[in-house]
Design a protein around this ligand. Structure first.
Ligand code: COA
Length: 696
């Protein structure tokens, strides 16, 4: 007979074994109901006469994927996860945890509190807490070292890396690997424990082997590599006390965990976790995606070959069309280089790379050969006439029902689609360079794009392992539109007195891996130059225009690829002295007297520009939710993850204060600095972007 102890936990007795089954779909997160159910089931089975051993296992696809992240930062209700762990560890009867699928963080801590651990091959385990801004808070930093030692615990808990069953076994994190379904393994393992062939012991009663060097090494390494992050350092502090009595160690761990919970980084990282997942909730999610089993790419430059590489890595056969044999050959070389990079990063075996190149990639100079592909992605030169010509051709040659995608990063997709007789099949798939590495994919929905074509884009993005975000048509969509606004703010600061290097330094201090000027050098300054020329006819007379970057391009300095841009590359590195000259000349021409900008002035203005354009993008419906804008910046623009994204960051300042700051800037330049209507409304009503996310 099965007894339910809560909505998500039940137990039964089979052959003298008490079986605790967890079922909290989708991933058995340790919610309050699950915790309560486990404690009640353990108590009931402990006092049950006919039960000699207890096994705990998960139904569905996980043992326990971790603490319920949605509860972080809210008041906790007993029993807490540490209570659950103590109930299991102190149980008088042997308790065996049977682990399968995700067994992460709090899930692993529950497992560590059992008296033995048996895993199935599907196990995926580790302490990912640092990626959420916290530390293991239910004994992981105390029982981990007792079981697998200080170095291995530090490695897992400071990196957050996830390991499989084999590695867990070799670390002795688990006692054995078994096969079968979790319930059967639960029964057989308990019997083995009773027969003495599976050793049972309380992890908490083991002694941690002291290792001061490992602690010191970890501290040094973190100070060097992760100095900005808060929680990894707390992991080290917690593990350091694991050589003392368990109860004291658990108290220290809990106090450090509470510090992390209270930190803004925890809020930012958890927001990032949910943003990554919420972007898939699109209005078209009920539409059935079209079947995609082959991909065509038109144009094999950097973007085209990157897109081809991404699709090949995801298992799609790909055919790339180029204009002539020489270019087609270059595509093959570029894809080979990309795949070899994946081999180096450990993402792909050499055999698999060779097989992909031999069997999955085809290049052609005959675009007609793309006619049978299910999805064709255009990655030709960024020019409306060229794009329209390409789409008119695709319209003639592609099979009915094929999805026709453009990788344009700025252009009007409605205009591109109108070159075809099937506007419903046209969608934007905006990859970010390098396309096989960057996780962001903007899916740009044009006026007539059919829901199932949008759904196909999202399905394809998922298969490529991308974070796909829905965007509407406008110049630059979500990401590049906001970026170009921020760049104007950066240019204005440079014109008014900051150096590009001060701007970069301040933004790196904020948490970006590179500053905006170094990024432009990397992408190629000619790209922005072309975009500015394209927009020139539509530029308002009132707009302040800074010509510094144009002058740099006129000098033939296009950034990294030409050895010189804002910075020097090659033998000499550092700021390009020629840029300083251009800046002085431009300031003199405009009669500007340079003034000083502190790091915080720079960050304020740059972020203010980002938030205000983002609010406008939301207002216009180009982005569905604030979280979508955050995801775009986190996965495509190097926004520091621990800050959650620009909209999350904006909430830490508040709409009222943001409006005041924009109004202050508007005194100088009322054209660029305008309070977006959405932000004004939020300031008046006390609304937050987090609130808008929830309402969406
Ligand atoms: N708490 C609450 N919800 C969780 C969760 C957790 N620990 N882990 C996953 N979820 C939710 C996700 O938000 C998602 O919800 P949604 O469908 O409403 O968007 C759902 O479970 C499925 O997760 P998803 O990530 O989309 O599925 P997946 O199969 O790709 O990956 C995991 C599953 C468990 C590997 C992944 O979700 C994960 O890594 N979770 C975090 C685990 C973690 O950090 N645990 C430690 C906490 S102490």
């Amino acid at each position: 007979m099965r007894v339910k102890t809560s909505e998500t936990v039940s137990y039964e007795i089979a052959d003298g074994v008490g079986l605790i089954e967890l079922y909290n779909p989708p991933v058995n997160a340790a919610s309050h109901d699950l915790r309560k159910g486990i404690v009640e089931a353990v108590n009931a089975l402990e006092s049950e006469g006919g039960v000699d051993a207890i096994s705990i296992f998960g139904a569905g696809r996980a043992f326990i994927a971790g603490a319920d992240i949605r509860e972080f930062g809210k008041p906790l209700h007993a029993p807490t996860l540490p209570d659950v762990c103590l109930a299991l560890e102190n149980c008088d009867k042997p308790v065996i945890a049977v682990l399968h699928g995700p067994t992460l963080g709090g899930g692993l801590e529950v497992a560590l509190s059992a008296h033995a651990r048996v895993a199935l091959d599907s196990l995926q385990t580790g302490f990912p807490e640092v990626s959420l801004g916290v530390i293991p808070g239910s004994g992981g930093t105390q029982r981990g070292p007792r079981l697998i030692g200080i170095p291995a615990t530090l490695d897992l808990a400071t990196s957050g890396r996830r390991i499989g069953a084999q590695e867990a076994l070799s670390l002795q994190l688990i006692d054995r690997i078994a096969s079968g379904d979790p319930r059967c393994v639960a029964i057989s393992s308990a019997k083995e424990a009773l027969a003495g062939s599976l050793i049972v012991r309380r992890t908490g009663s083991l002694k941690t082997v002291p290792d001061r060097n490992a602690i010191a090494d970890a501290s040094r390494k973190l100070a060097k590599e992760q100095s900005r992050l808060f929680s990894p350092h707390k992991v080290v502090d917690a593990v350091a006390v694991s050589t003392g009595p368990l109860a004291e160690g658990l108290n220290t761990e809990r106090a450090l965990f509470a510090e992390c919970i209270a930190s803004p980084q925890r809020a930012g990282l958890i927001h990032a976790f949910f943003s990554e997942r919420s972007v898939a909730k699109i209005p078209e999610r009920d539409a059935t995606p079209r079947k995609v089993s082959s991909v065509g790419v038109v144009g094999g430059g950097t973007m085209g070959s990157g897109i081809a590489s991404a699709a090949l890595l995801a298992g799609f056969p790909v055919i790339v069309a180029e204009r002539d044999e020489g270019l087609a050959l270059r595509v093959r070389t570029a894809v080979e280089r990309n795949l070899s990079g994946a081999v180096k990063r450990g993402k792909l075996g050499e055999d698999r790379r060779d097989a992909i190149l031999a069997d999955m990639l085809r290049t052609t100079t005959q675009i007609e050969e793309l006619g049978e592909a299910d999805l064709v992605i255009e990655a030709v030169f960024e020019d409306m006439d060229v794009k329209r010509e390409t789409f008119a051709m695709l319209d003639r040659i592609c099979r009915p029902g094929a999805v026709l995608a453009t990788n344009t990063s700025y252009l009007d997709i409605n205009e591109i689609a109108s070159a075809t007789s099937r506007r419903q099949d046209v969608v934007g798939l905006h990859f970010f360079s390098p396309a096989h590495v960057m996780r962001l994919l903007e899916i740009v929905v044009a006026d007539r794009t059919e829901p199932e074509v949008v759904a196909t884009g999202f399905d394809f993005g998922k298969r490529l392992g991308k974070v796909a975000v829905r965007a509407g048509v406008c110049d630059g969509f979500i990401g590049n539109r906001i970026l170009s606004h921020c760049r104007k703010a950066a240019d204005y600061m440079v014109m008014d007195g900051a150096s590009p290097y001060e701007v970069d330094h301040a933004m790196v201090g904020f948490g970006f891996a590179m500053g905006p000027f170094a990024v432009q050098d990397l992408a190629g300054l000619d790209i922005g130059w072309a975009a500015r020329r394209r927009r020139a006819p539509n530029r308002s007379q009132q707009e302040r225009y800074v010509s510094i970057s144009d002058r740099i391009c006129e000098a033939g300095w296009f950034g990294r690829k030409s050895g010189r841009g804002y910075y020097l590359y090659g033998d000499r590195t550092g700021p390009n002295p020629g840029v300083e000259v251009i800046i002085s000349q431009e300031r003199a021409k405009a009669g500007v007297v340079a003034r000083e900008f502190s790091d915080s002035d720079i960050v304020d203005r740059y972020m203010l520009a980002m938030v205000s354009e983002a609010a406008q993008v939301l207002w216009e419906g180009v982005a569905l939710r604030p979280a979508d804008i955050d995801a775009v910046h986190l996965f495509g623009y190097g926004f520091p993850r621990y800050r959650g994204g620009p909209m999350h960051y904006a909430d830490t300042i508040g709409a009222l204060e943001l409006v005041k700051r924009i109004e202050r800037c508007a005194i100088e330049d009322g054209f660029f600095w305008r309070v977006p209507p959405l932000l004004r409304r939020m300031a008046e009503t006390g609304q937050t972007f987090a609130g808008l996310n929830q309402a969406a």
